[in-house]
Design a protein around this ligand. Structure first.
Ligand code: NIG
Ligand code: FE
Length: 426
């Protein structure tokens, strides 16, 4: 047997179960682990997985000694707002003073403040800034992610953001899925004329589809933003035009976004902090993935988190994401979200790994391509500075990634230790 690349001496190889559907409820507790494993890669694809001792005699053009470390599939971040202008640290003190998120938005700040900065920025500036944040995500183990527009709220700027995502796809050898979130907020000029605004956003859909600028359409369904009826109409129009659906659902108020997502067979319903019992039940009976964003709840300073335990116990498919954005969750670090899921959502380590790999992939229509390390799939994997998989959510707030690979190619590797200058030149 001869491989292009053989990763050997793996302490634990994490193998989420692959399926054409996301893992639901109890299935999320299953996580296969091979101790002392090896991984064979040919033409960028996984071609062999098994015990290290069997691999000892295999030939390979290149070998990587994992030194007893954990190896997992590349992480999948299924909800990010990666492309934006400016930043919002000036709103931090408002938050500290207890001004609610929707109040800051109603005063023309929040999302609308980032809209102003994004309109001002050139396409090149947005691209450079997004590249910086994307490289930080990759260095934290992400090899597949979703990126939304939504800081334009007019044709010109929304298309500018989506073109930036397309250029990121062309530049970076990873997997990026693009979502049109033109319905992210109501521009001040359209206050009271929300239907008119949504009509304009709907009119962009043909152009976006024909230019292959987005695969999914999303809407912020929330008090003071878009109603359930408006969301249903907008998403149905997008579905009719062939887009996959996502919803910012029941983040602050229980409007019925979870129910809407299930009834439209959306790929995902995201946030769900306030989802009703009925909403959770309907999700559990659907294939819609509940994408939970505990980093956002944490960063907004709230005590009440999405009811992940109830969702999983009732049979819902749960995924986790950063929601990286300049206002409600300013981190590129999905590992930090894994720790919050353990501490605040009370998810087990097995559920968490499934939620950032296979289920996250299903939430963005990549279930058959990403999130697992089965034979024939792209060899996207991370070598971790840990000897067991439970260690990573346990030790929070730092980067545990040792090296990150996409299709068998190394994208990133941390610097070796021992480089701290022990005496400084005066
Ligand atoms: O998912 N809730 C709506 N949208 C984003 C926040 C965007 C922002 O504040 O800039 C979210 O949290
Ligand atoms: Fe979001």
């Amino acid at each position: 047997m001869k491989y292009d690349l053989l990763v050997h001496n793996i302490g634990q190889l994490i193998l989420p179960k692959s399926s054409s559907q996301p893992l639901k409820g109890q299935e999320m507790k299953q996580l296969d682990i091979i101790e002392n494993a090896a991984l064979g890669i040919t033409d960028g694809k996984v071609t062999w997985v098994g015990p290290d001792e069997e691999a000892a005699s295999f030939g390979s053009s290149e070998r990587i000694d994992a030194n007893g470390k954990v190896v997992s599939p590349g992480l999948v971040d299924p909800h990010t707002h990666l492309v934006f202008g400016g930043s919002r640290e000036h709103e931090h003190s408002l938050k500290q003073a207890g001004v609610p998120y929707l109040e800051i938005l109603a005063q023309g700040g929040g999302i609308l403040s980032t809209v102003t900065s994004t309109k001002k920025a050139s396409e090149e500036e947005l691209f450079d800034k997004a590249s910086f944040h994307l490289e930080r995500m990759i260095s934290h183990g992400v090899t597949t992610l979703e990126v939304k527009s939504g800081y334009g709220l007019d044709a010109e700027t929304e298309l500018k953001q989506l073109r930036v995502v397309k250029k990121l796809k062309e530049k970076y050898p990873i997997s990026i899925v693009s979502t049109f979130l033109g319905a992210h907020a109501v521009p001040p000029a359209y206050k009271g004329k929300e239907n008119e605004f949504l009509k304009e956003m709907t009119e962009l859909l043909d152009e976006i589809r024909d230019a292959e600028l987005a695969e999914f359409v999303d809407i912020f369904c929330e008090t003071g933003v878009f109603t359930i009826d408006q969301s249903r109409q907008f998403l149905q129009d997008a579905k009719d035009k062939g887009f996959g659906l996502k919803i910012h659902a029941d983040e602050i108020d229980p409007l019925g976004g979870a129910e809407l997502a299930a009834s439209l067979n959306a790929a995902s319903a995201d946030h769900l902090v306030a989802a009703s019992d009925e909403g959770i039940e309907q999700l559990s009976r659907s294939d819609t993935v509940a994408v939970l964003l505990p980093g956002t709840t944490f960063y907004l300073g709230k005590d009440h988190y999405a009811r992940a335990r109830k969702m999983i116990d009732e049979g819902t498919a749960v995924a986790l994401a950063t929601d990286f954005n300049p206002g409600s969750c300013v981190t590129e670090n999905l590992q930090m979200i894994m720790s919050l899921a353990a501490l605040k959502l009370k998810m087990s380590a097995e559920e968490i790994w499934n939620a950032v790999t296979v289920n996250a992939a299903h939430a963005i229509g990549k279930g058959m391509d990403a999130g697992t390390l089965e034979i024939g799939k792209a060899a996207n994997f991370v070598v971790w500075d840990a000897t067991n998989y439970k260690y990573i959510p346990y030790h929070f707030g730092v980067n545990h990634a040792h090296s990150v690979y996409h299709s068998g190619n190394k994208l990133w590797e941390r610097k070796p230790y021992g480089e701290i200058q022990l005496s400084s030149a005066r």
